[in-house]
Each structure stands twice: as structure tokens, then as C-alpha cells.
Design a protein around this ligand. Structure first.
Ligand SMILES: C[C@@H]1O[C@H](OP(=O)(O)OP(=O)(O)OC[C@H]2O[C@@H](n3cnc4c(=O)[nH]c(N)nc43)[C@H](O)[C@@H]2O)[C@@H](O)[C@H](O)[C@@H]1O
Length: 398
């Protein structure tokens, strides 16, 4: 599926430049969404500096966590591309290749940290340096450099170099303005190396608010909410404006008659074992919440295998009904977004310790106008003696 962006619109301007980016291969979907926001803000700043940059949306694929693999997935499968376009100009990779069929990239800039570390204070800086590991991912093939490039064979680069950088979206803007003036098509790899300018400021939230989900996924989630969870935007007071730019600050969302948890399992059980509850511990916490909020339904967003979900269901017993969204017509990334959108509408949300998947739900709930205490919560490990610090309240800024 292609975006509605008209490629003709871009081919006319002589000064148009394109920025492509990618993230460390092992990173998950929701960190990648965060990196998009950082790079979108670099584009915003470049445009303010008079550079006519368009952000080329990196096709999705090859993600470590997807059980059923998919590649070359356009952003339109997950997001509302016209809505993204209201923050900065973006174009799907397939559309970019229509207007730039050679697929030739001028420069690949592989971002890396400084070999000597950050030192005693954080100073924003960048320097061309020998590659620490970047050259492992790129090979010279005749006149060109080849890399993963989202599995698109036609993409290739004239130049490849590594740059040590310490900084944020504005530092990347400075690097591009200083060292890549002539680059018409620029590819920034390992874009997660840069941070947000000011985490949680109005520009963070503008980029985030522009990331509305695709109509198809919103419809599927809303249908499920209505049919299984008696949840509609009118009743829940979660109506939003057609255009995110028209939304106003508010705190009156009520949510549907269910609690939701994001129950992160699989690799999280290894990396964060001490911070997560057991299956029985999860059931105890969830049942308590249904009593507190006087509901009988729990929506479960999870990557857990079915066997663990069944065990959880048994532990919950008659105390509440457990719901999950399942539909094989949707790819893994789409199910993840549907899960997030359903969770965002619950009367109360509790997530998993420091999961970026949970963070994105918290942000959606901020956008929908919930009170922070109904959102910034996480499940605790079983042992009451273990520390269980609740998530920071990164509330919305307009
Ligand atoms: C341990 C670390 O965890 C970090 O994950 P974390 O922040 O939770 O969140 P993500 O970066 O999104 O990675 C987790 C992936 O697992 C699947 N997943 C997790 N929870 C759910 C869920 O509730 N519903 C559905 N449908 N899918 C889920 C989904 O593919 C999601 O993108 C990773 O980014 C790091 O690479 C590393 O693996």
C-alpha cells in the first residue's frame, strides 16, 4: 500500500533533499518509534534553517520480536501518513524510489559514540572518526556501498563514513549543515545514538501526537472495544479531533469499563526478571485492580505464549474475564498497535517495568486526556520487599 503523498509534488523543487535513517538492527518496534520522533525533530530544525528536507520513512521489517516475519512494510500499514505529514514532510520509501529510481544515496553516515566515552560532562559534539564497528554492516561492491537498507536491493551509496556524536536532534542538524551540505540523499544509520533535544517538551509531543494510527487499525481496535468491552469514545470521553493540531489539553477522559495491563514476557523475563511479577503474582494484582475500579473485565496486551496466558486465566478464575485481541489477518506490528490502542482506552492501565511498549500506551493516554494516576503505573514483582518504583509521569505538553 502506498501513501497518499503525491510524488510529483516533490520532483519539481530543485532544492529538495531527502533524509533516510535506520536504527540498530536488534531494537524493537517501540524504540524505533521513539527514534522517528528524534529524527523528525532534526528535519523540523533543518527546515527552520532553510533546508528543504523530506524525511523518507524507513520501511519496517526484519524485527527481532516479530514471530511472523514481514519486510518492506510501509508506514501506512501502521500509521496515518497524512497525519505525520502535518509535523514534517514525510514520504514512504516506495514513493521516494518512484521519484528517485536509481536508489542512489549520496552519503551513509554511521553514527557511533566516542571511543573514549562521554568524559566527565555531557558536551554536544561530533567528529569524523575511524569506524568502531560500522564497517561490519557495509560492504563495498564495485563503485558503491551496500548495506541492509531495509532489504531493498536497489538502494546503494556513493560514500560511507563513521561519525562519533554526542548530542540530540539539534546536534544532528548541526552535523548535517556543517559536513553534508552537498548531500541530496543522506542516510543516517544508528540514529538512536542521538537523544531528544528536550525529552517531553512541546516538540516531542507534537511529533508524538502526529503519530496517529492507520484508520484500519483504529477501526479494528474500536470494534473490539465496542463488542467485547462495552467501550466507545462517546461513553469513555476519549473523543479526539480529526487533526491532532486541533486537540486541546484536557484531563476528563473516563475510559472503558475494563482495566488493561501490558504484560511483557519472553526476552523481558531474562533481561528484567527481578522487576516482573510471576503469573500468580500478576493475577493477584489484576484482580485487586478490578475490585478497586469496580469492573469485571481485564484486557491483556502481551507477547506471552498462549500457555502462559492460559495459566494466568486459570489463576484469575471467576474473579474477572480476561480478553485478548487475536486476528491472523493482521501482521505482528499491527496487532501490537491494536493492543496499544485498546489499552489506551481502559479505565486504568498498568504496564511492565521500563518497557517502551508500555511507554507508548502511557503517551496515548496522555493524548486522550486521562488523569496521570490512571496511567503511569507498572506491575510489581511478587516479593513486597523488592523496590517497585512507579514510572515517571511524563505528562503531555502543548
Ligand atoms: C529486552 C528489550 O526489550 C525491548 O522491548 P520493549 O521496550 O518492551 O518494547 P518493543 O521495543 O516494542 O519490543 C517488544 C516487541 O515485542 C512484541 N510485544 C511486546 N508486548 C506486546 C504486546 O503486549 N502485544 C503485542 N501484540 N506484541 C507485544 C512486539 O512485537 C513489540 O514490538 C526491546 O526494544 C529491546 O530490543 C530488548 O529486546
Amino acid at each position: 500500500m502506498l501513501s497518499k503523498v503525491d510524488p510529483e509534488k516533490y520532483s519539481v523543487a530543485k532544492d529538495t533533499r531527502f533524509l533516510l535513517f535506520d536504527v540498530n538492527l536488534g531494537e524493537g518496534f517501540n524504540l524505533r518509534r521513539d527514534v522517528y520522533m528524534r529524527v523528525a525533530n532534526t528535519i523540523r530544525l533543518l527546515r527552520l534553517a532553510g533546508e528543504n528536507f523530506i524525511l523518507v520513512l524507513p520501511a519496517w521489517g526484519g524485527l527481532y520480536h516479530w514471530q511472523r516475519q514481514a519486510v518492506k512494510v510501509p508506514w501506512g500499514e501502521f500509521f496515518d501518513v497524512p497525519s505525520l505529514n502535518r509535523f514534517v514532510p514525510v514520504i514512504e520509501l516506495d514513493d521516494f524510489l518512484k521519484i528517485h529510481p536509481t536508489g542512489l544515496i549520496d552519503d551513509v553516515v554511521y553514527l557511533q559514540h566516542y571511543a573514549e566515552g562521554w568524559g566527565t560532562e555531557f558536551v554536544r559534539k561530533f567528529d569524523k572518526r575511524p569506524c568502531m564497528s560500522g564497517e561490519k554492516f557495509y560492504k563495498r561492491n564495485g563503485d558503491f556501498w551496500k548495506g541492509w537498507f531495509y532489504s531493498y536491493d536497489e538502494l546503494k551509496a556513493k560514500n560511507f563514513e563513521c561519525v562519533s556524536i554526542q548530542g540530540d536532534s539539534a546536534t544532528l542538524k548541526d552535523l548535517i549543515l556543517k559536513d553534508y551540505k552537498k548531500s541530496k540523499v543522506l542516510f543516517i544509520d544508528r540514529a538512536e545514538t542521538i537523544l531528544h533535544d528536550n525529552y517531553g517538551d512541546e516538540f516531542y509531543w507534537q511529533a508524538r501526537r502526529s503519530m496517529r494510527y492507520s484508520k484500519k487499525l483504529v477501526e479494528a481496535a474500536d470494534k473490539f472495544r465496542k463488542e467485547k468491552l462495552s467501550s466507545t469514545d462517546e461513553k469513555d470521553k476519549t473523543l479526539i479531533k480529526e487533526n491532532w493540531q486541533d486537540d486541546q489539553p484536557r484531563r476528563n477522559a473516563k475510559g472503558g469499563p475494563f482495566v488493561c495491563t501490558h504484560w511483557r514476557r519472553r526476552d523481558f523475563l531474562r533481561s528484567r526478571k527481578a522487576d516482573l511479577p510471576s503469573i500468580n503474582g500478576t493475577a493477584i494484582q489484576l484482580v485487586k485492580l478490578t475490585k478497586k475500579y469496580k469492573v469485571k473485565k481485564i484486557f491483556l496486551a502481551t507477547d506471552a505464549p498462549d500457555s502462559e496466558v492460559e495459566e494466568l486465566r486459570k489463576e484469575i478464575g471467576d474473579a474477572a474475564e480476561l480478553f485478548q485481541f487475536k486476528d491472523d489477518r493482521f501482521i505482528d506490528g499491527a496487532i501490537a498497535i491494536i493492543d496499544q490502542w485498546i489499552c489506551s482506552h481502559a479505565i486504568y492501565f498498568t504496564g511492565s517495568c521500563e518497557s517502551t511498549f508500555s511507554f507508548r500506551i502511557q503517551e496515548d493516554r496522555e493524548i486522550l486526556g486521562f488523569r496521570p494516576e490512571l496511567t503511569f503505573n507498572r506491575m510489581c514483582p511478587d516479593d513486597p520487599a523488592t523496590e517497585c518504583q512507579q514510572p515517571s509521569k511524563w505528562t503531555i505538553a502543548f
